[in-house]
Design a binder for this molecule. Sequence first.
Ligand SMILES: [Mg+2]
Ligand SMILES: [Zn+2]
Length: 264
Amino acid sequence: MNSNRSSETMASRQTHIASDKRFLIFFDFDETIVDETSDDMVVQAAPGKHLPGWLQDTYQPGRYNEYMQRVLAYLAEQGVTENIIRSIMEKIPATPGMLTLFQYLRNRSSLDFEVVLVSDANTFFIESWLQRAGVRHLFNRIFTNPATFNKDGRLVMRPFHSHDCLRCPDNMCKQVVVRDYVARRTQERGRPYQRVFYVGDGANDFCPALSLGPRDVVFPRRDFPMHKLIIETHEAMPGEFKAVTVPWASAEEVVQRLRKLVAE
Ligand SMILES: [Mg+2]
Ligand SMILES: [Zn+2]
């Protein structure tokens, strides 16, 4: 329905990013902005709130995107509508402190922060949540798997891109997204960012964080896979992981660190 409109909105936003911002901040979505995994939450729409075993058995490692496409097809067959899926997404709680972080960025973003979301969920889940939370306008760009409802009312999701990173699932390597974006924007702006920030939780947030430099800061959710991978890498290969690491349990800890860095 409004998918064309929202992609136009994204395209027009994209052309109006100010070129004088000092900082670039990336966000993951699931378990970082929201306190759940949206792909798991959508299963609540299934009969009995769970997926049949035969469907769960079709999951293959590294092929998660294709599995989710089958899940979405199954939900449509069971009569699950766009409105039902949207209302499930809208009810997912934000992670602790995340709305405070957004408030901070809203007040600062016109001055200092270019804000980008990079997620292996999909456009419909993410746009639904951001609109309801009133923070859609905060994000200059959203990189995720495109998903639109077809004429039969089924949410059809496609892979974001293809890549040859061995660390990441077939449909998305966030390091490729981050590197390409930073390189392109640096050229467009004619100057580098003072620092790049990355807020995430998952194993697939570790790959982009590896590409950041010693002036950059990564904010892994404390004790989640991204944080554990950073600690393991520091132990196994000292010097390999370069960015400053600031783990958080509440995103208010992210705000505290950003306040210091912005004041420098
Ligand atoms: Mg995540
Ligand atoms: Zn990767």
